[in-house]
Design a protein around this ligand. Structure first.
Ligand SMILES: CC(C)(COP(=O)(O)OP(=O)(O)OC[C@H]1O[C@@H](n2cnc3c(N)ncnc32)[C@H](O)[C@@H]1OP(=O)(O)O)[C@@H](O)C(=O)NCCC(=O)NCCS
Length: 240
């Protein structure tokens, strides 16, 4: 727990081969009581300021602001500096990154939102992806499963009792999204091409490697906490 209870640690059992921080937070905990002045908005939002300005939904604006404020704080905490030294850079459909103003290289970060919850990740090396969904979100249909699962994963799902398939597919889906975020592609890559495999039924937390034909190795972990399925992936260039 901490910075004034502004976040909760996740993934204590994960072994992702990277020094990283994985945290959950509630949007309202990262919102100021009143809209900050433009200088502060620009400092927190970075290049997402124009996106924030164009938004008409108060919820969307609040979520965007809160996510950037949280990311800055988590990166600053990780690097041991002040939030004001951190800038967040994002482009639609691209992985976000953070930069300490005095540092030459960016820091890999990732972000996910569902409902009023934010999940963020930062790692020292390689790239990272994080994804969250409500554990009981009803997503299982044979059509959706066939659209996102690798043939081996479909076979694993078919072996489960019908009542277990939704929970398993939520886990699988978040693991895949975290892998695709860590690889920086998002859903521009067909998720059926990535075989992650269902998490083992008897453990709440799983960590495993995902094979990749592209010279990268990805390690993915998943767990449940606060009614959420939380998955994270770490990716680094494999020097054969
Ligand atoms: C990335 C993607 C998996 C996000 O999943 P989601 O369940 O919709 O949303 P989440 O809340 O979990 O994640 C959203 C965050 O993912 C991050 N993200 C977006 N594209 C990403 C990518 N290619 N790689 C890594 N992270 C990405 C962003 O930080 C985004 O938050 P932000 O919009 O506040 O900056 C999915 O939306 C996607 O693949 N998008 C790319 C394809 C696309 O839609 N292109 C059109 C771009 S205009």
């Amino acid at each position: 727990m901490s910075r004034a209870a502004g976040w909760t640690e996740v993934g204590a059992q994960w072994d992702l081969d990277a020094d990283g921080r994985f945290r959950l937070a509630t949007i309202t905990d990262w919102l100021p009581a009143t809209t900050p002045p433009e200088t502060q908005l620009r400092a927190v939002l970075g290049n997402a300021f124009d996106r924030w300005t164009a938004m008409t939904s108060a919820f969307a604006r609040g979520r965007l602001f809160a996510s950037r404020a949280l990311l800055r704080a988590v990166v600053a905490d990780h690097l041991g500096c002040d939030d004001s030294e951190i800038g967040i850079h994002t482009e639609p459909g691209r992985p976000p990154h953070a930069r300490r103003h005095t540092a030459p290289a960016p820091v890999a970060i990732s972000l996910s939102h569902t409902g009023d919850t934010l999940a963020v990740a930062v790692v020292n090396s390689g790239t990272v992806g994080i994804d969250i969904e409500a554990s009981d979100r009803p997503i299982y249909t044979p059509t959706f499963a066939a659209a996102v699962a690798h043939p081996r994963e479909l076979a694993q799902l078919a072996h489960l009792e019908p009542g277990e398939r939704n929970t398993a597919l939520v886990a699988l889906w978040t693991m895949k999204e975290s892998v695709l975020k860590a690889r920086g592609t998002g859903l521009t890559v067909d998720p059926r091409r990535i075989c992650v495999g269902l998490p083992t039924r008897d453990t709440a937390s799983t960590t495993r490697y995902v094979a990749a034909p592209d010279g990268h190795r990805t390690r993915v972990a998943t767990t449940t906490q606060h009614g959420l399925r939380i998955s994270a992936a770490h990716n680094w260039r494999h020097h054969a």
